[in-house]
Design a protein around this ligand. Structure first.
Ligand code: RIB
Length: 318
């Protein structure tokens, strides 16, 4: 049967996928300590998959490339992506591999600690990226993180540049360095404060705007640093930094808040390439991702994002 004809994607994501296994704890265990936790939650995760779903819920047409194991979690991932309306022509299922898994602890303040066993994600190849090449070449924004092989990220960004798309790198999990060739292909870098410190070489307590300036020298367009409950910051050459505060919310679970920021930012950028708009969309989606437990159930749609923005504006009015 010929492949279905889909409308061109606006956002293309190199989508890591993890089966998230989460436990609530009153506080994180110290080395050697066993703690009794609360409820166990198994849910969908993986930074790339979370970002792709958030972009789709913001109204973007999203295509992905992903590598799954031939197992039940892999089948559930495919069902999820179809239900979210993603173009999954670039999804490969690897015999003999296990779908990626993440172990997640969430404490009483909603903060998290995560360890991933990437499994099949590490088998993604540049040939897999080329399988989804038509969708990649059509996209306005191409998003990568660091849970899939760097060679694939570089290859995808190379194709994206050749096709005139904006490349967005979310440098999570935090690396200590990136290859010069990847910096040269990155238009926009999105980092949290830990990742920005690791990549810039600045001490962790450095002002985020200062870390952004160091990182800005290495990318083509701009740097966004997420600041948790303080919102986010955007820096680009020749313009004053933009700061977007976060709306006040009751935090339940911060897991995936950064992914929500990236997905909403990418969807907004694909629409109008306006840093201020992309920043406000990212911060609002990131805040909404914290009000429910788990990641995918907490990713908001465009209407919920607009409602929170409207209520924040009316609260700020005299
Ligand atoms: O950013 C949150 C995600 O990081 C989780 O869903 C987990 O799977 C890890 O990839």
């Amino acid at each position: 049967m010929p492949p279905p004809i889909l409308p061109p994607s606006q956002v293309f994501v190199l989508a890591s996928y993890m089966r998230d296994l989460g436990v609530r704890v009153d506080q994180f265990p110290r080395p050697g300590e066993t703690r009794v936790g609360g409820d166990f939650l198994e849910s969908h995760g993986g930074k790339g998959s979370n970002q792709a779903i958030q972009a789709a819920r913001c109204g973007a047409r999203v295509a992905i490339v992903a590598a799954l194991g031939q197992d039940a979690p892999g089948e559930r991932a495919c069902e999820l992506w179809r239900a979210e309306g993603l173009d999954t022509l670039g999804v490969v299922v690897r015999a003999g591999q296990t779908t990626g898994t993440a172990l997640i602890l969430v404490d009483d303040r909603g903060e998290n600690q995560i360890v991933i066993a990437p499994g099949a994600n590490t088998t993604m190849s540049t040939a897999d990226v080329d399988t989804a090449g038509a969708a990649l070449d059509a996209a306005r924004v191409v998003v990568c993180q660091l849970e899939t092989p760097l060679a694939c990220t570089q290859h995808a960004f190379g194709r994206a540049r050749a096709a005139g798309a904006t490349t967005v790198l979310n440098c999570a999990p935090a690396p200590s360095a990136l290859p010069a060739a990847l910096w040269a292909l990155t238009d926009i870098l999105i980092a949290n404060e830990i990742e920005a410190a690791a990549l810039s070489g600045c001490p962790p307590d450095t002002e985020p705007a200062q870390m952004a300036q160091v990182l800005l020298a290495r990318v083509g367009r701009g740097v966004a640093i997420t600041l948790g409950s303080q919102g986010a910051l955007w820096c680009e050459r020749g313009a004053a930094p933009l700061r977007q505060p976060a709306p006040g919310i009751d935090v339940v679970d911060t897991t995936g808040a950064g992914d929500a920021f990236v997905g909403a930012f990418a969807a907004a950028w694909a629409r109008q390439a306006d840093p201020g708009q992309a920043l406000i969309q990212g911060v609002t989606a990131g805040s909404l991702a914290c009000i429910r437990r788990g990641v995918v159930p907490a990713l908001a749609d465009a209407a919920a994002i607009a409602r929170l923005q409207a209520s924040a504006i009316s609260r700020a009015a005299p």
